[in-house]
Design a protein around this ligand. Structure first.
Ligand code: ADP
Length: 629
């Protein structure tokens, strides 16, 4: 029989596995048990839905058998089983959409820590068995099929599949445990005690009995002095799903282990939320906030959703409708007795019960995040660093409908300190005479801190929020205000400051109207307006924008694909208290040709300060040179 090679990605993955970058080799057992339980779930669900008779829930079980002589560990189930084709597809390759990106990521395989996550993210459960076994035989018979097949493999070299005999349906996985080596005591996986405790640690909640024959001792009946050995088949797991147990019985470790097992993550979640409610919607839920955004979180490939159980039976693996987009990073499951097992995907979408659950979950998640923000700021900031962008998108893409839900979860850097601030905290610090919430946009907080546009605001003691994400200003436009306080851009047309300085700038504008309009004409359509500035302190010029489109929005929108380009109404502002202003006035009287040149120089300087590209760098350079010579 010809041996088949594993598909390319599988082979690399296997190599990674076998070379044990992953230190917790013991997880192979939970992976196999989990697969067995899924296989039974599938058959059980199928039987309930299609009314197959002769399959009773009590019959389903998972068996573990240890043969320490032969050094084999066997895990079997009477679930749905696999056909030859399924064996080939499921065990011969990693049939996951992520396999390609895995390959890319795996090119940096020196970063062991990264690899761990990769393996976790793709749920390569079955393969993990090669960490402890040097030979694996899988015998399987699909429910309803009269043929069984045997899949064999020694690891990376490939595998074979051949027909074989088997009673009943299901899958038997026989692992030949590796010989012990100096680094690793593989023999422990052949000890009852180890297996028992691993089952209890990782698979206790599995809803079907995990049975194992155990050797025990007792006093002999005829002679109490003597001890005899006997065997008994025991169920190792308690079978109560963790989400049905009471919170007081559970430790953080229980929640974390369950999360890592179910949701293919190798790091503990930042937060677990256990919900049991009765009322309009009766359900149990277990939600998790992951500690890191999945590698594809901000791409189209990312799929949100919660596992949905109807009275303990999994009916959907990724139920999208349970979770709003703004909280799409939340993982978890919902179990409700109010849902019908037979419900189809289409019907589910319109299910009233499901909507009630979704609404309730949204509230709970929000409340939990708020609680974190208030009492566990450090962790909340981690959540925000990973997923905060999603809150901002949420406000923007709902046209503000979700602003109640999300705006108090936002955090920004600001001129106040190095830390992050909420809108509420900003408002608490507002000056007595301050009417607006000020913000400025730029590439980084460090860069914004040096923007000339914010100088005057800062000198008046007004705090400025530093917006560094592309989406930020769009979100601000949608929000418009917070708690009755309007947002104002440091680069917008009106800072909304009314004082003597502002009044005198207005006067200056009137007094120098001709000079300013001469400069504007020299610049042609590069700017819509030239005016004296009421926001600059030390810098001679800056560029701002009048109207709806800011410079930042122009940049973001024009970077997006498509040929509809927008243009901000640029304004060149000249610092009236800077000596340059007098110089310009003098030139207007004596040397307009020179003034025209200076206008262009100043405009280009303003572009440079703003980090905007110069229209003609060469011309700028030679004008400076002219001046120098
Ligand atoms: P995952 O469990 O993440 O899908 P695995 O590599 O563990 O990845 O398993 C691949 C597939 O093989 C499973 O999705 C399932 O279809 C099939 N499979 C594995 N174990 C069993 C089993 N005991 N019974 C039936 N099918 C199984």
């Amino acid at each position: 029989m010809r041996k088949k090679a594993f598909k390319a990605e599988s082979k690399r993955l296997l190599e990674l596995m076998i070379n044990s970058i992953y230190t917790h080799k013991e997880i192979f057992l939970r992976e196999l048990i989990s697969n067995a339980s899924d296989a039974i779930d599938k058959l059980y669900y199928h039987s309930l839905k299609d009314g197959i008779s002769g399959l009773a829930r009590e019959q389903f079980e998972i068996n573990i058998d240890i043969d320490s002589q032969a050094r084999t560990l066997t895990i079997s189930d009477n679930g749905i089983g696999m056909t030859a084709e399924e064996l080939e597809n499921n065990l011969g390759t990693i049939a996951k959409s992520g396999s390609l990106s895995f390959k890319n990521d795996a090119d940096h395989s020196d970063e062991a820590a990264e690899d761990i996550d990769i393996i976790g993210q793709f749920g390569v459960g079955f393969y993990s068995a090669f960490m402890v076994a040097d030979h694996i035989e899988v015998t399987s018979r699909a429910f309803g099929s009269d043929t069984a097949n045997l899949w064999k493999s020694d690891g990376v070299d490939g595998y074979t599949i051949e027909p074989c005999d088997m009673d009943g349906h299901g899958t038997i996985i026989k692992l030949s445990i590796k010989p012990d080596s100096e680094e690793e005591d593989y023999g422990r996986f052949l000890e009852q005690y180890t297996i028992e405790s691993l089952v209890r640690k990782y698979s206790d909640y599995i809803r079907y009995p995990i049975k194992m024959e155990r050797t025990k001792t007792r006093a002999k009946a005829d002679n109490e002095e003597e001890i005899e050995e006997y065997t008994e088949v025991d169920t190792l797991n308690s079978m109560v799903p963790i989400w049905k147990r009471s919170k007081s019985e559970l430790t953080e470790e229980d929640y974390n282990n369950f999360y890592k097992e179910k949701f293919f993550d190798f790091t503990d979640p930042l937060r677990s939320i256990h919900i049991a409610t009765e009322g309009t919607a009766t359900f149990n839920a277990l939600l998790y906030i992951p500690s890191k955004a999945p590698y594809n979180y901000y791409t189209r490939d990312y799929e949100k959703g919660l596992k949905l159980y109807a009275n303990g039976v999994l009916i959907m693996d990724m139920c999208k409708d349970l979770i709003p987009d703004c909280f799409s990073f939340v993982k978890g499951l919902v179990d409700s007795q109010d849902l019908s097992l037979n419900i189809s995907r289409e019907l589910l979408q319109h299910d009233r019960q499901l909507k009630l659950i979704a609404t309730s979950l949204e509230k709970k998640i929000k409340a939990e995040l708020k609680k974190m923000l208030e009492n566990d700021r450090e962790n909340y900031e981690k959540v925000f660093a990973n997923f905060g962008l999603q809150f901002k998108y949420g406000i923007y893409s709902s046209y503000g409908r979700d602003k109640e839900l999300l705006s108090d979860l936002l955090l920004f850097r600001s001129s106040n300190s190095d830390g992050m601030t909420t809108f509420a905290e900003y408002c608490e610090r507002m000056r007595e005479n301050q009417k607006y919430i000020y913000y400025a946009c730029g590439e980084s907080a460090e860069r914004i801190a040096r923007m000339p546009q914010i100088e005057r605001l800062l000198s008046k003691g007004y705090e400025v929020l530093y917006l560094t994400d592309d989406i930020d200003e769009f979100t601000f436009r949608v929000l418009n205000e917070w708690d009755g306080k309007e947002f104002r851009s440091a680069s917008g047309d009106d800072l909304g400051i009314e004082d003597d300085d502002t009044a005198s700038t207005e006067q200056l504008e009137k007094d120098n109207a001709e000079m300013l309009s001469f400069i504007k004409d020299s610049l042609g359509d590069k700017v819509a307006k030239v005016r004296p500035s009421n926001r600059l302190m030390s810098c001679p010029v800056c560029i701002t924008a009048d109207g709806m489109v800011s410079l930042e929005m122009e940049r973001v929108l024009n970077a997006a694909p498509g040929d509809q380009k927008v243009k901000a109404e640029r304004v060149l502002e000249i610092n009236a208290s800077h000596p340059i202003f007098e110089k310009l006035s003098a030139l207007y009287e004596n040397d307009q040709a020179k003034l025209s040149k200076y206008a262009k120089l100043l405009y280009n300087q303003a572009l440079l300060i703003e980090d905007l590209p110069l229209d003609d760098p060469l011309e700028f350079a030679s004008s400076i040179c002219d001046l120098m010579v």
